[in-house]
Design a binder for this molecule. Structure first.
Ligand SMILES: C[S@@+](CC[C@H](N)C(=O)[O-])C[C@H]1O[C@@H](n2cnc3c(N)ncnc32)[C@H](O)[C@@H]1O
Length: 308
């Protein structure tokens, strides 16, 4: 049941199959048909084998995040990572909250970062990224010398200055599901699983972890490498801007806004329909033609530096 819900929520961007498209470009005009097609594709991805190595025996909501690396980094990785300013052969990337390695692996394989370091607060995610990276190394797609995995499960607030100094850029796609807008049953399921909670829960307005990250990033007398933080437009452009502007130690710019991405199914339709058109505009919500909504993702570039 949970796996099903997860597979649905992944929808097109996370499925990792080249034949998937965002709903805006799909011919079907019924939401159900779109969802069924996406669900079927995710099921295929779930059971895919990669050069004889199958992860299908594994059970868990996170399963597609492993298998979608089957042949190449996923469409989700492409959407989130393509716009990150990684310089070929130069950037030493610190993938904070790496999960299964979505951003760092894409950064290495497709954007040719010089190196990537993976770190996460959950040991389960560190195990996944280890597995993913080992597979890529065994396939000759990555070199061992390009990759470091911080073995201890730690919060970004525990990263040492020495560790930070080793990098030119860090990335963070924080947990940001806003509980005020999510179906209660779905919320309870997520909250009862500590790995999923750490992965998704962003507090009432979705910005709790992002706020924590901004505070850490802006700490005086502790410069950080530039960061790219990925935030859902659903959180609201004005709120994001206000939150960032409250930190004198951060200069920031949106370096990329992605094309429309389906809003996850566990959002409450009534609440979204009740938003005013100005609120919808602020959240970049657009009807997808099937009675549901698309959002976008902001790639926010943060630079350490005090504004006058
Ligand atoms: C939304 S997932 C992003 C995973 C992956 N980077 C991606 O983009 O698909 C958020 C990740 O951040 C991790 N995380 C949550 N709080 C954290 C913290 N304080 N420090 C480091 N990682 C954290 C979670 O365990 C989870 O893997």
């Amino acid at each position: 049941m949970r796996r099903e819900a997860h597979a649905q929520h992944l929808t097109a961007p996370a499925s990792g199959r080249g034949d998937l498209k965002f709903p805006a470009s799909q011919p079907e005009n019924s939401r159900t048909a779109v969802r069924e097609k996406q669900q079927a594709a995710v099921e295929v991805a779930n059971n895919a084998t990669t050069d004889g190595r199958s992860f299908a025996h594994r059970e868990g909501w996170w399963q597609t995040y492993i298998t979608h690396y089957g042949e190449r980094p996923s469409l989700f990785a492409e959407v989130t990572t393509q716009g990150i300013p990684i310089q070929e052969g130069k950037t030493r990337l610190l993938d904070i909250g790496c999960g299964p390695g979505t951003i760092g692996i894409y950064g290495l394989m497709e954007k040719k970062a010089l190196s990537a370091t993976f770190t996460d607060i959950r040991s389960e995610q560190i195990d996944l990224v280890r597995e993913n990276v080992a597979l890529r190394i065994s396939e000759g797609k990555l070199r061992e010398s390009q990759v470091r995995i911080i073995k201890r499960a730690i919060s970004f607030t525990e990263l040492s200055d020495e560790e930070l100094d080793r990098h030119d850029l860090c990335s963070f796609n924080p947990p940001q599901l806003p509980c005020d807008y999510v179906d209660e049953d779905a919320w309870r399921k997520i909250a009862s699983d500590p790995v999923q909670s750490a992965y998704r829960i962003g507090g009432p307005d979705g910005l709790n972890m992002a706020r924590k990250f901004f505070e850490w990033f802006a700490e005086p007398h502790r410069p950080k490498p530039d960061a790219v933080v990925i935030l859902s437009s659903f959180l609201g452009r004005k709120l994001i801007e206000r939150t960032l502007n409250s930190h004198k130690g951060i200069r920031w710019a949106i370096c990329k806004e992605t094309p429309g991405i389906p809003l996850r199914p566990f959002f409450l339709k009534e609440k979204i329909n009740a938003l005013t058109s100005a609120e919808r505009e602020d959240r970049s919500l657009k009807p997808d033609g099937t009675g549901w909504w698309t959002k976008t993702l902001f790639l926010m570039r943060l630079m350490y530096g005090f504004r006058g």
